[in-house]
Design a protein around this ligand. Structure first.
Ligand SMILES: *Cc1c(COP(=O)(O)O)cnc(C)c1O
Length: 385
């Protein structure tokens, strides 16, 4: 199988410093381009030269452009976008602003991200599970039944989980939620810059450092006007900064402004590359990973081969330790992957998995090297001591 858009892979690689090995860990933290790193450094220099708050005021046009481009990617407007420090903070802040009564029901999947379940708990919300198939994929018919018969106050959909490369049918979910007038919140931490997130949700949040390849320490929260105006914290707030939308009160006043500037540039690079082309190449990389790693050394691929995402998760053969395998892949083969513990999706996962998350520059040879390394390590691990 040949990977589509080889030009995209080459330009993505050429735009970056060389990786120290084979980097298959973009779902955890990807690699920023040289231009993004330079923009971050340049902005940091300006803080020192002209003063941090003057530098921030000077960067306002760039930040406005960043909000606007992010808004477009998530199907909302630039005025709806605020910067925070992570996706986790974005959800916590949204729920804090919403002040839903204790016991409020929130629809989510069995594969919901562990920290999101903790955030629901902290906010006093009661998760209601929406039926899914054996891959963990939401069943839109079951969602329709739930929203018709006993609707939760909101649906929270993690478009792609941390623990599995399955892409949820976000467009259909948005359609059903609109039909029954139930608010929809998307966790796009793994979807932003990876698959389409402009589905018409009421709120979308994400992080900079994963598929969008922006700097660490930056998260984004976008809240559409109609939901924003219903949030008590937004209603009660003093006026936000001049000319800013009411939702801006949710933004962290203190923050990694250089990172926000860098994310703005990373978003521009993503848009210039063409989000659909990016998605097509990432999907092909996921498919090739699954083809090459299926059955290697007894590891089992969780995703359907054709799943349109770059993420592959592998369940270990009996007796093989995932964290140890991840450590040896890095130490002995310079291949960076992730060991995912069951608490990432505590209701769904029954054991740890090894996650492979290539970005655009990954080659078929890289993935063959991974398969060979996995075979070599597992073969040896399998031997009785
Ligand atoms: C990484 C991740 C998060 C958390 O993002 P942070 O920026 O680290 O807070 C939330 N949800 C999913 C699905 C993730 O993969």
């Amino acid at each position: 199988m040949t990977l589509p858009y080889g030009d995209l892979g080459e330009s993505w690689r050429a735009a970056r410093r060389p990786a120290a090995g084979i980097h298959l860990d973009s779902a955890a933290c990807s690699r920023s381009s040289r231009l993004v790193l330079e923009a971050v450094a340049k902005y940091a220099g300006e803080e020192s030269e002209v003063g941090g708050y003057v530098a921030e005021a000077n960067a306002e046009p760039a930040l406005r452009q960043a909000r606007s481009a992010i808004g477009t990617l998530v199907g909302l407007s630039g005025d709806d976008v605020v910067f925070v420090d992570s996706a986790t903070t974005a959800l916590a802040r949204l729920l804090q602003a919403w002040r839903l009564p204790a016991g409020t029901r929130v629809g989510c999947l069995i594969g919901e991200y562990g920290d999101n379940l903790a955030a629901f708990r902290d906010a006093g919300l009661q998760p209601v599970l929406i039926s899914a198939d054996t891959d963990g994929r939401l069943d839109p018919g079951a969602l329709r039944d739930l929203l018709r018969d006993r609707p939760p106050t909101l649906v929270h959909l993690t478009v792609m989980g941390s623990h599995r490369g399955v892409v949820q049918p976000a467009h259909e979910v948005a359609e059903v939620c609109r039909e029954f007038d139930v608010a929809l919140v998307l966790d796009a931490a793994q979807a932003f810059g990876h698959v389409d997130c402009a589905v018409g949700a009421d709120a979308v949040y994400s992080t900079s450092r994963k598929w969008l390849t922006g700097p660490r320490g930056v998260g984004v929260l976008a809240v559409g006007q109609s939901l924003a105006l219903r949030l008590p914290l937004v209603q009660d707030a003093e006026h936000p900064p001049e000319n800013a939308a009411p939702v801006r009160v949710l933004e962290s006043a203190e923050g990694h402004i250089a990172g926000r500037v860098g994310l703005g540039l990373a978003v521009q690079e993503h848009v210039a590359a063409g989000p659909e082309r990016v998605h097509a190449r990432l999907s092909a990389l996921g498919r090739l990973t699954r083809e090459l790693c299926g059955e290697v050394g007894g590891w089992r691929v969780h995703e359907p081969t054709e799943e349109p995402s770059a993420v592959t998760t592998l369940a270990p053969p009996p007796g093989v330790d995932v964290a140890e395998t991840r450590a040896r892949l890095l130490r002995e083969h310079r291949i960076l992957t992730t060991a995912i513990p069951p608490d990432r999706a505590p209701l769904e996962m029954t054991g740890p998995v090894l996650r492979i998350s290539p970005h655009l520059d990954t080659t078929a040879d890289d993935l063959r090297a991974l398969a060979a390394a996995l075979q070599a390590i597992t073969g040896r691990l399998d031997q009785p001591v």
